[in-house]
Design a binder for this molecule. Structure first.
Ligand SMILES: *Cc1c(COP(=O)(O)O)cnc(C)c1O
Length: 421
């Protein structure tokens, strides 16, 4: 389901300063051209196969199915994609498109660092210069991702304006793009922002849903429900995409319920008390806003779901009732991480665990001969710094102290330097 003039019913659009009209129009035209170009699509398919590692498996989870006592539980292992999550699908797609358009310089915004990391990897693979804008606060608290981006050869620019977080990184990226679009493409990280980004990101992520559809058909699996977590909305819209125009299956989006229903306690743009229509950063959608229309603080244990807006197509499909939304609390997500790790040997990212938790809740509503398919958008290795202090507080504390001591004594680092000489 494509937008009509950039709109999905009442949401979407292109609310940008005049200087950004030209790059957006040029991008829309190139996207339309290359998505109908056999050579481009074949090149993309081969990169998806050999570099990303597609197709990703659709795993039947026998123990979870038995324990939950309802539908057959299937898990789309998107976290097995190179770099550990679905974001690479979009990053590779947009970077390849940019290269065809003759751009040599890529910019991206990032919050927790996952999109910056995927874009940095895509640029390394395709031989493009990469600059990632990241709020100064995020740079400080997400050092492991900053380190990885630099290994991939990207330059990470710390943004010192405003709240020094994701919102300000987006503004800075927009400013750079307006000044440099002759040679620069802006890789937006989720299915939001001004048109044509929501259509572009959905199409590059729809590889997930198309694979699920084929994998289920090949195995004669009847899908009763599909569940995905919703931050900006890229993994969910790509996962749902081939099923949207049908009445079935049920499509369920899991938002961050954080620690409660109150303002500032969650990131529930569809189900939360502070959710309302608004226009921000170039598009009209559902946002968490105060009475003056300013973005409210959000909260979630998963950095990737902690954003005040949602993609316009998801907002429209939520309003029309095609997609059901549910809020999953931090503690429910943590329980789901443990459940799937222990019973299936699969470590969900905290974001994806919101989808896992939602599936655990509805499994009994779906007949036993039908499937609930969960999109595991990412794997949980990246979350040990968040989950360990919760699951093993004392041991983790001791570990960190020992690490600091070791660093300060400097011995191992000194030895490692000699060895790499
Ligand atoms: C970024 C991220 C998300 C949330 O982003 P969407 O655009 O809503 O998909 C979900 N899962 C993982 C693993 C992520 O890194």
């Amino acid at each position: 389901m494509k937008s009509t003039d950039g709109f999905f019913n009442q949401y979407g659009g292109k609310y940008v300063a005049e200087v950004l009209r030209r790059p957006l129009d040029e991008l829309a035209e190139a996207f339309h051209f290359y998505m109908n170009d056999k050579v481009f699509l074949e090149e993309l398919r081969i990169i998806q196969r050999d570099y990303i590692g597609r197709e990703t498996p659709l795993y039947f989870a026998p123990t979870a199915t038995k324990l939950l006592g309802g539908a057959q539980i299937y898990i789309k292992l998107e976290g097995l994609a190179n770099t550990g999550a679905h974001k690479i699908n979009n990053a590779i797609g947009q970077c390849l498109l940019a290269k065809k358009m003759g751009k040599t310089r890529i910019i991206a915004e990032t919050g927790a660092g996952q999109h910056g990391l995927a874009t940095a990897a895509a640029c390394a693979k395709l031989g493009l210069e990469c600059i990632v804008y990241m709020g100064e606060v995020d740079v400080r608290r997400q050092q492991p991702n900053v380190a990885a981006m630099e290994l991939y050869g990207a330059k990470v620019c710390a943004v010192t304006a405003g709240s020094r977080t994701l919102k300000d990184a987006v503004n800075e990226a927009m400013r750079d793009w307006a000044a440099n679009f002759e040679n620069t493409h802006y890789v937006l990280g989720s299915a939001l922002g001004p048109a044509p980004f929501p259509d572009i990101v959905r199409e590059f992520q729809s590889v997930i849903g198309n694979e699920v559809k084929r994998q289920c058909e090949e195995r004669s699996v009847k899908i009763g429900a599909m569940v995905a977590c919703v931050g900006g909305g890229s993994n969910s819209i790509g996962f749902f995409s081939p099923f949207i125009d049908q009445k079935e299956p049920r499509l369920i989006g899991a938002e961050a319920g954080g620690i409660g229903n109150g303002v500032g306690e969650n990131a529930s743009r569809m189900t939360g008390d502070a959710a309302r229509d608004g226009i921000m950063q170039g598009y009209k959608s559902r946002f968490l806003l105060d009475d003056d229309g300013q973005a409210l603080p959000t909260r979630s244990i998963s950095a990737g779901l902690d954003y005040c807006g949602i993609g316009p197509q998801l907002a429209a499909l939520g309003k029309s009732g095609r997609i059901e939304f549910t809020a999953i609390r931090d503690e429910e997500a943590l329980e789901a991480v443990k459940f799937f790790a222990k019973n299936e040997g699969i470590l969900f990212a905290l974001e994806s665990a919101h989808a896992g938790a939602a599936a655990m809740k509805i499994a009994r509503e779906i007949p036993k001969d039908q499937a609930v398919v969960i999109n595991m958008s990412g794997r949980g290795d990246k979350d040990v710094f968040i989950t360990s202090p919760v699951f093993r507080p004392e041991e983790w504390n001791q570990f960190l102290h020992a690490e600091i001591e070791r660093l300060e004594s400097n011995k191992d680092i000194h030895d490692a330097k000699i060895m790499t000489k």
